[in-house]
Design a protein around this ligand. Sequence first.
Ligand code: FPP
Length: 247
Amino acid sequence: MTLDQPPPEDPRPAPENLHVAVIMDGNGRWAANRGWPRLVGHRKGVERVRQLVEACPDLGIRYLTLYAFSTENWKRSTEEVLGLMSLLSRFIKAEAKRLKKEGVRLRFIGDRTRLEPKLQRLMGWIEAQTASNARLFLTVAVNYGGRDEITRAMRQVAQRVSRGEIAPEAVTDAVVTEHLDTAFLPDPDLVVRSSGETRVSNFLLWQAAYSEYIFTPVLWPDFTPETMRGIIGAFLQRERRFGGVKP
Ligand code: FPP
């Protein structure tokens, strides 16, 4: 760049179109702290999801991606796994009307083939019901793992290469991106994790390559829209350079 060129544009997205991805952690501890079963924490967690979804337009969030069930979560007790699946079904049924009315497009990422057929049908149903909405893009990760997603994408790309549809040299970053579950989403600007844990836990491994991470000690059942407002404020203070240097 020569000095007579204008400085590059500030790469920060306008605050009204943020993509925020959330690892909703701490439900179990929240319940245990009160001597309650873990599922009570998850139930309270769903309430927080509802509130956050409602607050998103006001917070400048256009894309909200939530980690509801990981490929590793099958290791939990049958009771907890079934409880989480049932919370998810109930959320879809109970929220369908409101999501439609409020312009929320709900989609799922992750490998659905391992889920109950009834839940798979419900997921497909709500996706179709909200397909024409565009005010808020809500994406829920169920049986999702970043490595599993990349592996499935690679398998598809390999099949296309072996059929002669793509030359190996034509497999670019963009081709990989197009085969991921998140092909319809921009990369997250910000990944938030609640409960004080500072791990990525296999969430959006490819997509979050340049995302900011903010970890908060707040347990998910205590996470309010105001908690998110504070986090977004901190995010907007950060300077994002995408591997470049300060202009
Ligand atoms: C992590 O807390 C939370 C989960 C594994 C489940 C998150 C799911 C929900 C909030 C409900 C379903 C979501 C929707 C969108 C309806 P943890 O159990 O690992 O907590 P701990 O680390 O304190 O044990």
